[in-house]
Design a protein around this ligand. Structure first.
Ligand SMILES: [Zn+2]
Length: 543
């Protein structure tokens, strides 16, 4: 009886872990001040800022005493890239009239073909609703329509319907209700249309969040980066693009449709693609620059003779948006929260692990990824060309955007319910006397928004932890206010800089939380696994 009780307690707590109390807020602040300094030029991949950042991280990895993460004896993995600068030209022809749309005010490209010129003149225009084919929900927006050579307009997001029992909530059995599935992602929709031979896909930016178009614009006027195109003989889209909501409304109106009516139709399973009485001329000129960047990698070796060849991956992206010489005033995207803090947490977790007297059974692989901001390119490349066999990577904890305002009583993750990592994260939170919230912050598809999604698509159970919002010694609502101020004012802006009121005691405690979780995962013989339903999020785009 006593024995079984002890067993129950042991299962609830998992393997015991050190407390990682030596993780230091002060050291983290020092790292962030360096990484987010103007000298580092916003850490743009392939820039001088990259050289400084990679040199800094490599020297820190050495100083900590990490083993080189690359079997070739270095701390870097080279990532081949192609830089592109693109000028798209788009005009709709409606009832004998040409309706040009302006770049970048009304229309931006996202991922162009990696060729100097691509285009289609007089291409038919079709509205394809959400652009989703999801057999498990009996959903097909194309209904066999031929989209070959056409320019296809597609809504962002995915269909939803009210929960019949709680009419205010969305039905969780239908496209996961409030949570996003992989079907909502633009790369999934573009890949579908590429396979169907479409000329191009143009996404309609949401009128509810016009800010999102502003953020697309920031990227479109900069140099884009892509992994090289390895499938030279396949059909390509001319580009993927995004249309401003105001422009979309104007085009639909000119062809006799109201966007809001079409949106309503698109939410019904009986929706069929709508051919607009319009053609479009799309031309894309792109200058290309073959280049490369680097993931920075280091290892704390595990203690078990067999399991030390398996890895728990702790990741954070070192890159940010770089420098934009066209901006007036401040031109440097310092990226202090995004992801200076995450990288500083990674460095402190690594240092604390290295100093442990007794290491966990498995090894910890620390990866500071490149080009997350350009579409998770460093992690995407790592999963395609891993430094060790992919099936020896047992879990990923990805740090992106840390807490700058002090200690919290609670903790939350994005992507709750996807894998057994939740159990371990809960144990680690309780080991610190903190509350792990049973839920997820996913509304805007956050889980799809950083490197963890690439590790997840590679089959590796991946967690995207956040901090909490219940701040110790602060008034109610303080945390929510700070996070929404950050989102509105500083996220992906030149103002994401170190602020005078910052307090890293919380970020240090959160790093401790994740170190405890990483230790438990590394020390527990059983590997983490996906839970039923996770395939709606993490399965590769098209089988
Ligand atoms: Zn980030």
């Amino acid at each position: 009886m006593i024995f079984s009780l002890a067993l129950v307690v042991a299962i609830q707590r998992g393997p015991s872990s050190p407390r990682f109390d030596d993780i230091s807020a002060k050291r983290m602040m020092t790292h962030v001040r360096v990484l987010a300094s103007d000298r580092f030029e916003g850490r743009g991949p392939t820039s001088r800022g990259e050289q400084l950042t990679v040199a800094y991280l490599t020297s820190q990895f050495k100083k900590i005493g990490l083993e080189p993460g690359n079997p070739n004896g270095t701390y870097v993995q080279s990532v081949p890239l192609v830089g592109y600068r693109t000028r798209p030209k788009l005009a709709f022809n409606i009832k004998g009239k040409s309706l040009p749309v302006r770049f970048p005010e009304d229309f931006i490209h996202e991922f162009p073909q990696l060729t100097p010129h691509a285009g289609a003149i007089g291409a038919p225009v079709v509205f394809a609703g959400y652009g989703i084919v999801a057999p498990e929900f009996d959903w097909n927006d194309y209904k066999g329509a031929d989209v070959t050579g056409k320019i296809v307009l597609v809504l962002g997001g995915e269909p939803s319907r009210p929960d019949p029992k709680h009419i205010k909530n969305l039905d969780a059995r239908f496209f996961r209700g409030d949570f996003r599935t992989r079907y909502s992602m633009r790369d999934y929709k573009a890949e579908c249309l590429r396979k169907m031979g479409a000329a191009s896909v143009i996404f309609l930016a949401s009128a509810e969040s016009p800010k999102s178009f502003t953020i697309y614009k920031t990227f479109a006027v900069m140099e884009g980066l892509s992994l090289p195109d390895w499938n030279l003989n396949e059909h390509k889209l001319i580009t993927t693009g995004v249309l401003h909501p105001r422009t979309a409304e104007r085009i639909f109106r000119a062809t006799g449709f109201e966007l809001k009516d079409l949106k309503r139709q698109a939410n019904s399973a009986s929706f069929k693609p709508v051919a607009l009485d319009a053609t479009a001329d799309l031309e894309v000129d792109t200058s290309l620059r073959p280049t490369s960047s680097q993931n920075v990698v280091g290892i704390v070796r595990g203690s078990d003779p067999d399991l030390r060849n398996e890895f728990v991956v702790v990741s954070a992206h070192w890159d940010h948006l770089g420098k934009d010489p066209n901006l007036k005033g401040d031109q440097i995207y310092n990226g202090a929260i995004d992801d200076g803090i995450g990288v500083s947490q990674l460095l402190e977790i690594a240092r604390s692990f290295k100093n442990l007297k007794v290491k966990p059974k498995r090894s910890i692989l620390f990866i500071a990824t490149t080009s997350e901001e350009k579409g998770w390119l460093g992690s995407k490349y790592y999963v395609q060309f891993p430094l060790y066999p992919l099936n020896r990577h047992v879990a990923n904890i990805n740090l992106d955007g840390g807490n700058a305002w002090g200690r919290t009583r609670d903790l939350i993750v994005s992507g709750y319910g996807l894998s057994t990592l939740d159990r371990v994260l809960g144990q680690a939170a309780r080991a610190q006397g903190r509350k792990f919230l049973q839920g997820s912050i996913d509304d805007d598809g956050l889980y799809f928004g950083s490197d963890q999604i690439e590790f997840a698509r590679g089959g590796i159970p991946a967690a995207f932890p956040f901090s909490g919002s219940d701040y110790i010694g602060k008034p109610k609502g303080f945390g929510d206010r700070k996070w929404s101020e950050y989102a509105d004012r500083d996220y992906h802006q030149v103002s994401d800089d170190v602020k005078p009121d910052w307090d890293f005691s919380g970020a240090a405690q959160d790093a401790g939380w994740l170190a405890i979780a990483a230790y438990k995962i590394a020390d527990e013989v059983q590997r983490p696994r996906w839970l039923p339903g996770a395939e709606l999020v993490v399965r590769r785009l098209i089988p």
